[in-house]
Ligand binder design. Structure first.
Ligand code: SAM
Ligand code: SF4
Length: 352
């Protein structure tokens, strides 16, 4: 039995999108009426941490440079997405701060019209040095991943002794006005789950907005097990041992259910991506560092833009490929269903 919250996945009835004269006019619709507004762009699959829920200790066979989009290619594609109605561009990876040209890319995206909001999801290592320059280039805000504030637990979970760098990165982001500074955390059973209330207290003291994300089957090792996952319900119970949580407003297309902590103004978010999927309100589309468009983190298909782009495709051809991929978007990810299979690409090569 799959949980009541998850309906069977529906594939689009007609996988061929009807042709229209103006290809950009309708935005990035799918057959279920959802319209993509949020583009996640992976800048690299490389990373300087080895979080156990993401990749193995030895790392992964990283993409070779010629496989990756150049800055020019990437900016051209992001520009096409903005013409198609994208309102927010989130830079991610792998670790986006490892892309040396990051400030130039941010500045290039900030030149697009209508100017999209520019956000970044990062582990924060090195941000202490670059936050100001990134803010000046046009970065609007950041989500920094931090699963624990205990040094030994951080080392166990990320397999690197870099807690101080992440903490310095967070402080620099706040100082540079990349606000609200959000913190993303994944709770792992018997690793960091006993410290979730400490992490929340620490974030509240510093004015960071903490959001917990349920662990998803996107690790390169394919070791995820539903039974081992700390669910949103369990997490909320753990936080409620120390804090009073009051639900805040409507979720809309935002994946996090937000709660006021001890009457506010501080809040905490819980993203129940597995136990209560928000696929029905999904407004996301993804571009990988090697130029593939994915309509979902969990999609098993993707469409190549890099090949056609390097063979001289014009914008109209690329628009058609992007729109076609959105048209093939399924109704949901189906993690809880018996026939679910994990996508071949791990999270670090898709862009989280
Ligand atoms: N390296 C950056 C970072 O860690 O923020 C950006 C890429 S990372 C893949 C993006 C987000 O995905 C992080 O917040 C990370 O914690 C989360 N993540 C990675 N693997 C996950 C998994 N299996 N389940 C849930 N979240 C995961
Ligand atoms: Fe790197 Fe982010 Fe994956 Fe951790 S979650 S290994 S920081 S890509």
């Amino acid at each position: 039995m799959h949980p009541a919250s998850e309906s069977p996945v529906q594939e689009p009835a007609d996988r061929d999108e009807p042709a229209v004269a103006d290809e950009t006019r309708r935005g990035l619709q799918d057959t279920f009426g959802r319209v993509a507004k949020d583009l996640r762009v992976s800048l690299t699959d490389h990373c300087n941490l080895r979080c156990t829920y993401c990749m193995p200790a030895e790392g992964l066979p990283w993409m070779a440079k010629p496989q990756m989009l150049t800055d020019e290619e990437l900016l051209r594609l992001v520009g096409i997405f903005v013409d198609l109605g994208i309102e927010q561009v989130r830079l991610t990876g792998g670790e986006p701060l490892l892309r040396r040209s990051l400030p130039d890319l941010v500045a290039g995206i900030a030149q697009l019209r209508p100017r999209p909001r520019i956000a970044m999801t990062s582990n924060g290592i090195g941000l202490a040095r670059s936050a100001q320059a990134l803010a000046e280039a046009g970065l609007d805000r950041v989500n920094i991943s931090l699963d624990t504030i205990e040094r030994e637990t951080f080392k166990t979970l990320s397999r690197r002794d870099r807690l101080d760098d992440v903490i310095a990165g967070l402080a620099a982001a706040a100082e540079a006005g990349l606000t609200p500074v959000k913190v993303n955390a994944v709770a792992m059973r018997d690793v960091n789950d006993s410290g979730v209330a400490d992490l929340l207290g620490w974030c509240l003291e510093r004015g960071y907005e903490l959001r917990f994300i349920e662990q998803m089957p996107l690790d390169a090792q394919h070791q995820w097990q539903r039974g081992a996952m700390v669910s949103a319900t369990e997490l909320k119970e753990k936080l409620e041992e120390r804090f009073t949580l009051t639900p805040v407003g409507q979720r809309g297309s935002a994946p996090a259910e937000r709660f006021l902590v001890d009457g506010g103004p501080g809040t905490v978010g819980i993203i129940a991506s597995v136990s209560a999927p928000f696929c029905g309100a999904c407004d996301r589309v993804r571009l990988t560092a090697d130029g593939m468009v994915r309509n979902c983190l969990f999609s098993r298909g993707e469409v190549d833009l890099r090949g056609p782009l390097r063979e001289g495709a014009d914008d109209k051809d690329l628009v058609r490929l992007i729109r076609g991929e959105m048209w093939r978007k399924a109704s949901g990810h189906g993690i809880g269903l018996p026939d679910f299979t994990q996508p071949a690409r791990p999270m670090s090569a898709i862009g989280g």
